[in-house]
Design a protein around this ligand. Sequence first.
Ligand SMILES: [Zn+2]
Length: 295
Amino acid sequence: MNANSLLVRAMTRDGSVRIVCADTTAIVQKAHQIHKTSKTMTAALGRCLTVTSLMGSLLKDATDSLSLQIRGDGPAGTILCVSDYKGNVRGYAQDASVELPPNSVGKLDVGGAVGGGSLCIVRDFGTGEPYVGISPLVSGEIAEDISQYYVTSEQTPTVCALGVRADLDNSCKAAGGFLLQLLPGADESLIPTIEKNVTSLGSVSKLIEVGHTPADIVGMVFEGIEFDFFDEIDIAYVCNCERDRYKRALISMSDADIAEITEGGAPVETECRFCKTKYTFTAEEILTARKRAKG
Ligand SMILES: [Zn+2]
């Protein structure tokens, strides 16, 4: 397995269709190690992390970020993933230990773990109002839900393919996916070729498992069509949490809440939901910082 995850971006030479494709095996494996995901949740969280990275890589500015929130009524609960503009991601599921029997076609039952509900995409541009789009979940299998989101919420015809292979020990054997989009004014005569290519690809995670790179997969999707690669970038599971941010949150709590959590002078422990890093604060440190903040 590669130490890094890799993302490539390409476009047909006539500017009709763009694609972003990634091998996210290392990212999904890191998520498995942090969250101790079950097999089904390695797949569910893995697909969400993969598509969040792909969508994040389409942002323009260094201060932009994108979050994907899956608000399902299934046993996994809410799944939240966040990407920066380069496709570096982090994420968590409310219950990462959910395990279900395989679905009717013998696959990991991601749809069953997620359930019905909605999908919410927030693009935060650093300043001003974030852009928020919401659409209902179609199957909870994530890729279909994302394609539907693009059609209903952003009027962009999109093909989304996502795949995660989990090993017997629940770790990630292979993960990846792509987002392919028709751009405004696209030459529609390319569509049948692309449809045929995508259909004959089979599973993306299988291709990655047998050693194909994201660039290979783009070549297969665009077979018979002239295209150019833009770039190839390393992506990773990255959390940007800081001790100071937790401290500020503690400082801004109400006196009653602070009195309760520091009762008896016990230290306060906080934990980052994305990377499980624990930050411990002594009661004295919090009370001193509060006094100082109040002047
Ligand atoms: Zn963190």
